[in-house]
Design a protein around this ligand. Structure first.
Ligand SMILES: C[S@@+](CC[C@H](N)C(=O)[O-])C[C@H]1O[C@@H](n2cnc3c(N)ncnc32)[C@H](O)[C@@H]1O
Length: 252
């Protein structure tokens, strides 16, 4: 979990100019919320332990929730547990790519911090350029459920790795594409990948207090994603269908 000991260890990797002080915990909570299993980071440093800790904490949570499924005394643990979710194993993996040549980056020290935190077991580092590493990532992870990209080479990344991002809901979080022309061009390129069937969702999170390193863009591939329907029992209190004047089930 993110406690004082974790924050103290992660702080040794902090480089304020990288602008990930708020983004790193946001990535932690994105991963805690969406529970991806195959995670890729390009551009290591302060963010790396947050990604690894989130995967570790997810695995602990899944095991605990699974062990208490159906136990009425455990309702506070996961009161809306969906049993089908727990039929699949949760085996998280983190692959990190970094060429380790940037003298301002804390990337070369990140694995030591993961070691100290007991998180290195779920992480594989591919030292080298992202260009040409796609096949190694595919061998390590197969499809990627969540990728965090923090380099100037997002365009090269998207060109080589787009098909590795899970088309059934895989998410790409990209640092700093807003408020400068090259970033906007990359954003336009990513939007063009949606295709005629509209295969992606995109949200820009802008940090208004910064002139640089001031955004994270979330891109979710949904080409093969199907929303599960009617998971929530109908006829319960506050049913939105009745508020909208729709029949039970929500369809006109
Ligand atoms: C902005 S820093 C990453 C900051 C880190 N996420 C943090 O929160 O501190 C960028 C990192 O990406 C790496 N990098 C940049 N371009 C790369 C490329 N084409 N292939 C692999 N690594 C790259 C650099 O070595 C550097 O460590």
């Amino acid at each position: 979990m993110i406690d004082d000991a974790f924050m103290a260890a992660a702080a040794t990797l902090s480089v304020p100019e990288m602008g990930t002080d708020a983004t790193a915990p946001m990535l932690y909570w994105l991963i805690r919320t969406t529970r991806p299993q195959h995670v890729l980071e390009v551009g290591m440093g302060y963010t790396t332990p947050f990604l690894a800790q989130a995967l570790h904490d997810n695995a602990v949570a899944v095991e605990l929730e699974r062990s208490r499924l159906g136990d009425p005394d455990a309702a506070e643990l996961q009161p809306m547990a969906h049993p089908a979710y727990y039929e699949q194993p949760y085996r998280p993996r983190l692959v990190c790519i970094d060429r380790m040549t940037d003298p301002t980056s804390s990337a070369p020290r990140a694995m030591k911090v993961l070691d100290e935190l007991g998180l290195s077991g779920l992480c594989t580092v591919l030292e080298g350029d992202l260009t040409g590493s796609g096949e190694a990532v595919r061998q390590e992870l197969g499809l990627v459920d969540f990728a965090w990209i923090d380099t100037w080479d997002t365009l090269a990344f998207v060109r080589e790795y787009w098909e590795l991002i899970n088309p059934a809901g895989g998410m790409l979080a990209v640092h700093y594409l807003m408020t400068y022309p090259q970033g906007r061009a990359v954003l336009h390129y990513i939007q063009s990948l949606a295709g005629p069937e509209g295969g992606l969702e995109l949200t820009n999170l802008r940090e208004p207090h910064r002139f640089g390193q001031n955004s994270t863009t979330l891109i979710r591939r949904i080409r093969d994603y199907t929303d599960p329907e009617d998971l929530r029992p109908q006829g319960t209190a506050n049913d939105p269908a009745s508020v909208l004047g729709l029949p039970a089930g929500g369809r006109p």
